[in-house]
Ligand binder design. Structure first.
Ligand SMILES: C[S@@+](CC[C@H](N)C(=O)[O-])C[C@H]1O[C@@H](n2cnc3c(N)ncnc32)[C@H](O)[C@@H]1O
Length: 465
């Protein structure tokens, strides 16, 4: 079946996680960069599932363009996995995202309020963080392989989806401020001139490994360089960035010698400039260090938080638990409307930042606890902090741990505001909560234009006893 050519294959719809697909002899074939309404010659490249009822395919040639198709604006679109939906208009993207959420939540039997998706204020250049990877071997597209004049030297760019040893050389990117690409290209050229080695992920050796650029408010920039080897020349690289780009206000590096860069990396070393970036929201200032999470779409994060605050319906009398609090941004954002807020996160560095941000903003009705959520919604915690009246929960894409959900059910919270960047796991978790909580309203928020990802917020209310 793998390799089968599907001639004039109809791509008919998108599934609830945003992938386009068509059906071939009962097999659902997901087609990368396909658009519903396309007719294409498609080659099956992988099959999943024991019964082989699910497969993926790639477009060999488009026979008929969907009426929804538009030209992509980035030259890397064909192979880059960063944004799958540049080939449809922003209005169509919003309609598909709304459809994803509506389909998932159509299975809930009781009626609830469906609010229309909130568009992102920026459709391009909205990300405040990007990571480029350097590699000793440049991945080349079939078109590039045929080009005798192509620069075949080591690459700096993005990892091809699912292949951490395939790095595509990047010349432009529209998701983040152009300055990020300018710094990456300049660093790549500097390293090539100096003949520094680029990282070889398979053999875990090589010097230059990755570059993360983060943008704070007031156009401030943090640059974090990852090195595969701890060498004297680190200073040369960092000095080069410091002198060439005075706009970089905070400079860090870390050593990441193993394949899995995050688990085995050294703590970040501060090289020059400020230690934090700052984000202002209403009367709050959030300080964010190199290891801390901050919502990647800065402007839309404010809309997301306002929606969460409104759903929480606070009067000043409630004890609120902010689960998966990160650096405590939601906890602090709602703190003036609550009697008390307790934030929980399993990343100790995030909790350190959360405590520092509470002090910086003089919010003293907020406490933060580091640890795994499923171990912390306990009678012991309630005896110290009180039981929650309202819970705000914002788990990672995998959703909430089953144990955490069971504990949430017995917490006594009257309302739960559930924020998620993956409505598929969100809908699953809400089903598990549905014996005790009723779905009241749902609001999709577009945090990630040009991609199929969608954020969704729901309000749940406890059934009367
Ligand atoms: C989507 S982020 C939420 C960030 C935060 N609410 C915000 O708006 O910035 C998910 C957070 O969950 C935390 N996390 C992941 N698994 C966890 C667990 N089992 N227990 C507690 N926190 C966890 C991560 O450290 C991360 O900060």
């Amino acid at each position: 079946m793998i390799g089968t050519l599907l001639s004039d294959f109809d791509i008919t719809d998108i599934i609830t996680d945003g992938r386009a697909y068509g059906i071939y002899k009962g097999i659902t074939v997901f087609v990368d960069k396909g658009v519903p309404g396309d007719v294409a010659d498609v080659q099956m490249i992988k099959s999943f599932h024991k019964d082989k009822s699910i497969a993926t395919g790639k477009i060999l040639s488009l026979k008929k363009n969907s009426s929804l198709r538009i030209p992509a604006f980035c030259k890397h679109f064909k192979y880059c996995g960063g944004c799958q939906w540049q080939n449809i208009s922003y209005e169509t993207q919003l309609a598909f995202k709304q459809q994803q959420v509506d389909t998932l939540f159509s299975k809930f039997p009781e009626p609830f309020e469906k609010l229309a998706i909130l568009p992102s204020p920026l459709k391009k250049y909205f990300r405040n963080k990007v990571t480029f990877t350097f590699s000793n071997r440049r991945w080349m597209s079939p078109e590039e392989l045929k080009d005798p004049d192509l620069d075949r030297r080591p690459a700096g760019g993005f990892v091809l989806k699912g292949n951490n040893d395939r790095i595509m050389n990047i010349e432009e990117c529209f998701l983040t401020d152009d300055f990020a690409v300018t710094v990456m290209k300049s660093l790549r050229n500097f390293a090539l001139e100096k003949e520094f080695s680029f990282f070889d992920v398979r053999h875990e050796k090589g010097f230059l490994r990755n570059l993360t650029i983060r943008f704070g408010d007031n156009k401030e920039v943090m640059a974090i360089v990852g090195f595969g080897e701890d060498r004297e020349e680190i200073k040369d690289v960092m000095k080069y960035l410091q002198v060439t780009f005075p706009r970089i206000s905070a400079l860090y590096y870390s050593i990441q010698p193993r394949k899995e860069c995050l688990r085995f990396m050294t703590p970040y070393t501060h090289f020059a400039g400020k230690e934090f970036l700052e984000y202002k929201m209403e009367d709050l200032i959030f300080r964010t260090g190199p290891a801390s999470f901050y919502q990647t779409n800065t402007l839309q994060a404010y809309e997301l938080y306002k929606t969460a605050r409104e759903f929480a319906g606070l009067t000043g009398e409630e004890t609120v638990y902010d689960l998966y609090t990160g650096t405590g941004t939601i906890a602090l954002f709602i703190s003036l409307l609550a009697k008390k807020v307790v934030g929980i996160d399993n990343a100790p560095t995030a909790i350190e930042d959360a405590i520092a941000n509470a002090a910086l903003n003089k919010r003293n009705n907020v406490s933060f606890i580091a640890g795994d959520l499923k171990d912390l919604l306990t009678e012991e915690i309630y005896s110290v902090h009180g039981r929650p009246d309202v819970v705000i929960t914002d788990p990672p894409r995998s959703g909430m741990h089953r144990e955490g959900i069971l504990r949430l059910k017995t917490s006594g919270a009257k309302r739960i505001v559930y924020i998620s960047c993956n409505p598929v796991t969100q809908a699953r978790d809400i089903r598990h909560l549905s014996s005790d909580y009723r779905l009241i309203k749902s609001q999709a928020v577009d945090m990630f234009p040009q991609t199929s990802h969608v954020e969704n917020i729901v309000l749940l209310e406890k059934y009367a006893p």
